[in-house]
Design a protein. Structure first.
Length: 285
């Protein structure tokens, strides 16, 4: 097998530049081949076992499976996370959410909660960048929690993982427990599925992607009601959001008593994040 032949196999799913990048990622990540190695014919010199492994991986790619699931790895900021069917593939926008949350000052004992952790990319990133903080992560899925725990072990960070359903947590619970709550909950409306690429629809878990058209803010409002009391006074809430509902969510957070509600664009110019603060009693003095 030659490099040129390999990336040409993917032209049904990617344009030429993307196809080359996908094959290079596989060869570098799974076979430790640099571009120099590839140009010098290292692909053709792979041992028989390596050739067979590469052929199996290429078959999965030609069937439309995301390269991150094929390799088992996804880049997220400066780190790599293990991913598999059952968790969303981390996106660069979500790393921007982590960076924004990290602008909050973390000191020894700062308590952070990641709701709907999936692969653990948010929780593990915050734990790595805020080693003095105490990070907890929730997910309803046992599969996701297993993958998240593996990522915490691989990265050498401490995160307390708990199986909890964010929709079942009532307001008034865990009073004053958290300084920061971060979440990237499901936010794509069912009617938007027609615009989603097939490799996302066919492979990534719908439970982590979609919400009903008639209740697009379901997860946000549930988490916000929980945060009304679960956040300490002055604590901050960070969300990744659907740009379609940014204004509506901002108004809802104001109505729930949050202060300093701020929208923020992602690197692609879409309104992708919101930050809000729980009131401080001094605000009323």
């Amino acid at each position: 097998m030659k490099y040129e032949e390999l990336w040409h196999e993917l032209l049904g799913h990617y344009d030429a530049g993307e196809a080359r990048a996908v094959v290079r990622y596989v060869l570098e990540t799974c076979f430790s081949l640099s571009m120099t190695d590839i140009v010098c014919g290292a692909v053709e010199r792979l041992p028989v076992a390596g050739q067979e492994r590469l052929r199996i991986m290429m078959k999965r790619l030609t069937e439309g499976e995301p390269v991150q699931y094929v390799t088992g790895l996804a880049d997220f900021g400066p780190r790599q996370f293990h991913v598999a069917p059952g968790v969303l593939i981390p996106r660069p926008e979500t790393y921007e959410l982590c960076q924004w949350a990290e602008e909050s000052e973390a000191s020894a004992g700062t308590s952070v909660l990641d709701i709907g952790t999936g692969s653990g990319c948010i929780a593990c990133t915050l734990a790595a960048d805020w080693p003095e903080a105490k990070v907890t992560a929730w997910d309803v899925s046992t599969v996701a929690l297993g993958i998240a725990q593996e990522n915490a072990r691989r990265l050498g960070v401490e995160v307390c993982f708990e199986q909890r359903d964010m929709l079942a947590v009532g307001s008034g619970a865990d009073a004053g427990q958290w300084d920061v709550i971060v979440s990237n909950p499901p936010y794509i409306c069912d009617s938007e599925a027609k615009d989603i690429e097939s490799h996302v629809l066919d492979y990534e878990p719908g439970i982590a992607l979609f919400v009903p058209d008639d209740d697009p803010l379901r997860f946000y409002l549930c988490i916000a009601r929980y945060a009304q009391t679960a956040l300490r006074e002055g604590g901050r809430l960070f969300f990744e959001i659907n740009p379609r509902f940014a204004a509506e969510l901002k108004d809802s957070l104001h109505a729930l008593g949050f202060r300093d509600v701020t929208l923020k664009d992602d690197q692609f110019g879409k309104t992708r994040f919101v930050r809000a603060s729980r009131y401080n009693l001094n605000d009323f003095l």
